[in-house]
Design a protein around this ligand. Structure first.
Ligand SMILES: [Zn+2]
Ligand SMILES: [Zn+2]
Length: 210
């Protein structure tokens, strides 16, 4: 077989692979799609922007999370959109995971019980504290490897909690993009406003899970 013949065979194999791949994704191709496939000209293809690109990856990263109260994922990128670090919610290395031994709950009240509004027992919320959150885990992993996060962008499943917001501001991250809005966004919003961190939420609100 000549080099040209070998190249043509490889090209046909690639085309075949693409056709099968498209068939799996979209069903039988239309003639226009076939033409686009062969010519490479596909003006209607919708490219996600960088925010959507990374937000769409978060569920996959969260698959390795070990607490079912929110299998959160996190991606940190630099300003040129290269991935610096990823992380997910889970117990620190060597410690048991929620999936193995169950959640470790702490009850919290989001306001001062001695304040003017008084105190209602129904306002007590329980939080699982066995895990390190996806955002903090990603920041700690970068620290472990000596990777600077100054001016980086952080993508995460929901609005960060106060502790993660502190870590985000303190590590110099400049922009946070979340897939969903957590039921209580006030602590993070306040930290980000004061700390000069831009916050963007692309999805809807997540209600509190009792
Ligand atoms: Zn848990
Ligand atoms: Zn957190």
């Amino acid at each position: 077989m000549s080099l040209l013949e070998a190249q043509e065979r490889l090209r046909q194999q690639h085309l075949e692979w693409f056709r099968n791949h498209y068939k799996e994704q979209f069903g039988e191709s239309t003639l226009r799609e076939q033409e686009e496939l062969v010519s490479g000209v596909e003006p209607n293809h919708q490219r996600p922007d960088w925010d959507l690109y990374y937000v769409n990856m978060l569920p996959q990263i969260g698959m390795r999370a070990t607490c079912n109260r929110g299998r959160s994922g996190c991606i940190i990128t630099d300003q040129e959109h290269h991935i610096i670090m990823t992380g997910y919610v889970g117990a620190p290395p060597g410690m048991p995971h929620c999936d193995e031994v169950g959640h470790k709950y702490e009850w919290r009240l989001d306001y001062d019980p001695f304040g003017a509004t008084g105190f209602d027992l129904d306002d007590m919320h329980r939080h699982c504290i066995r895990t390190t959150h996806a955002e903090s885990n990603s920041i700690y992993s970068a620290a472990k490897k000596g990777i600077a996060l100054e001016n980086s962008i952080l993508y995460c499943t929901m609005t960060p909690c106060q502790r993660c917001a502190e870590a985000i501001v303190q590590s110099g991250i400049k922009r946070v993009v979340t897939a969903r809005e957590y039921h209580d966004t006030a602590p993070a919003v306040e930290y980000f406003k004061q700390g000069g961190v831009e916050l963007l939420t692309v999805g809807g609100k997540i209600e509190y899970k009792a």
